[in-house]
Design a protein around this ligand. Structure first.
Ligand SMILES: [Zn+2]
Length: 484
């Protein structure tokens, strides 16, 4: 197969995703899982690999893995087998990692995702999902010319999800990963925090002439620590393959390490790459049996998934698809919207406030929607005050912000901060000031330049510091200016 200099090409991408499960303790011992603890404080004979220590499976970790497998439409295997993956590395005290190999917990799933805004839906098949333990961490930057080892992470529960090579562009890979992350957050399987390493991705990349079905030699890309870096690294690697193939050479099968600072991928040294893990069944653990009743209970307890919520928001509340997608992009946001929508007659209005003012406040304060702690009743009250004309939208926004800061009710904030629409006497005064202060504009308006009305409304709003109701200001201005 050749790739000519001009022919179109497809990029073929498959992902291997490691996800830290949301448990209090490690996979095979009672040590705490805690990000940022002092090095080597959450360790015990089991996770340190001391002689004679025996692993015990963390039930909670298995439940979370089963939830993920069910939500990802996998075939769940009621019995699966732990295996030892043998290799030597300083952050792996036992000299092997307990993983699953030829009999994983789940296989043959799939997840649909939106390829791009307004675009088609893509499906990625999931080859396997298995449970394993994490390794420790080698720290190269703590001491000059020395490497330190922190074993707090050794034994932390993980699931590894391996997809089929179904993705066709770096952007699609990023979109799929976003959907997977959202699903796992909804399931409360993991917090999926990439900065803290609870979601890590490796990718297989190859390039072939458009329309071909045969696979070309792939390379593996590692060390992509954010969604945008993932997209950049994959684009870089695909372009490199294409250059090689177009020059008539062959791509070499190797592992590439992405360097985010330099924006390039470099081959890992050969020795680190060649693995012979000599997998064999873990003799210290029995076959992992997941009782059918547990699968039924967990299957019945799955939350409404983001894509289901999105469809329901359109069907039940008549929201535009865009609103439904933004609102279902986090469980907290979706829950807040629904709580407010139940208290207000107009769901689209509730959506506007949640997507607009709530997200803006979260953004300005650098908080997640959960942390922002919006009281749905309070927000519904503000929306009501604006709808009744007792507050302008602008005043409503100010009242809402003050409520977030102080935890006080809307009425109380309006009282204490004097945030209320002006009475007619005040409004008259501002209108008069706006007219008297701008004789040239008055003349032009009266000569037919009606668009200047917006200028006068602006003047009144500024003088009133937002306390004038724009609609009433407009009425008063039209009347007074008309009296010429
Ligand atoms: Zn331990």
């Amino acid at each position: 197969m050749t790739v000519s200099a001009t022919s179109a090409h497809d990029t073929i991408i498959g992902l291997e995703i490691h996800i830290q499960l949301n448990t209090f303790s490690k996979m095979f011992c009672g040590c705490r899982v805690e990000f940022g603890a002092a090095p080597n404080t959450n360790v015990c004979p089991v996770c340190l690999g001391l002689p004679g220590a025996l692993p015990v499976v963390n039930q909670r970790a298995i439940e979370l893995a089963v939830r993920a497998a069910l939500a990802l439409n996998c075939q769940l295997h009621l019995s699966s087998v732990f295996a030892r993956k043998n290799y030597f590395y300083p952050d792996l005290p036992k000299g092997y990692q307990i993983s699953q190999y030829d009999r994983p917990l789940a296989t043959d799933g799939w997840l649909d995702f939106q390829e791009n805004e307004g675009g088609g839906v893509g499906r990625v098949r999931i080859r396997r999902l298995h449970v394993e333990e994490d390794s420790g961490k080698s720290l190269h930057d703590r001491f000059a010319a020395k490497t330190a080892v922190d074993l707090n992470r050794a034994g932390v529960p993980l699931v590894e999800i391996v997809t089929e090579p179904d993705l066709r562009s770096p952007a699609a890979a990023r979109a799929f990963l976003g959907q997977l992350k959202l699903a796992l957050e909804y399931l409360e399987v993991s917090d999926c925090n990439m900065e803290e390493g609870s979601l890590r991705v490796d990718a297989n990349v190859s390039v072939r002439p458009a329309g071909d079905s045969e696979f070309m030699t792939k390379t593996e890309v590692k060390n992509m620590n954010s969604f945008s870096q993932l997209e950049k690294a994959l684009a870089y690697e695909a372009a490199r393959h294409l250059r090689i193939l177009r020059s008539g050479d062959q791509v070499e099968h190797q592992t590439m390490l992405w360097d985010p600072a330099r924006g390039e991928a470099r081959p890992m040294r050969g020795k680190e790459e060649v693995h012979d893990y000599r997998y064999f069944p873990e003799p210290d653990l029995p076959t992992l049996v997941v009782p059918e009743e547990l699968v039924e209970r967990l299957g019945g307890g799955l939350p409404e998934m983001p894509w289901q919520k999105e469809r329901r928001f359109v069907a039940d509340y008549g929201l535009p698809g865009y609103d439904a997608r933004v609102l279902s992009s986090s469980r907290a946001l979706a829950d807040l919207f629904e709580a407010v929508a139940r208290l207000r007659p107009d769901a689209k209005e509730a959506s506007n406030w949640v997507m607009g003012e709530v997200l803006a406040a979260a953004n300005d304060l650098g908080l997640t929607v959960e942390r922002l702690g919006v009281d749905p009743k309070g927000l519904a009250e503000v929306i009501g005050l604006v709808a009744e004309g007792r507050l302008s939208h602008n005043l409503g926004r100010q009242v809402f912000r003050k409520m977030l800061e102080t935890g006080k009710s809307a009425e109380r904030v309006m009282e204490e901060e004097d945030l209320r629409l002006a009475g007619s006497a005040e409004l008259e005064a501002w209108v008069r000031e706006a007219i008297d202060g701008n004789p040239a504009e008055v003349e032009r308006y009266r000569a037919g330049e009606e668009k200047l009305l917006a200028f006068f409304i602006g003047q009144v709003m500024r003088k009133s510091e937002g306390k004038a109701d724009p609609a009433r200001a407009r009425e008063a201005l039209v009347e007074r200016l008309g009296k010429g």
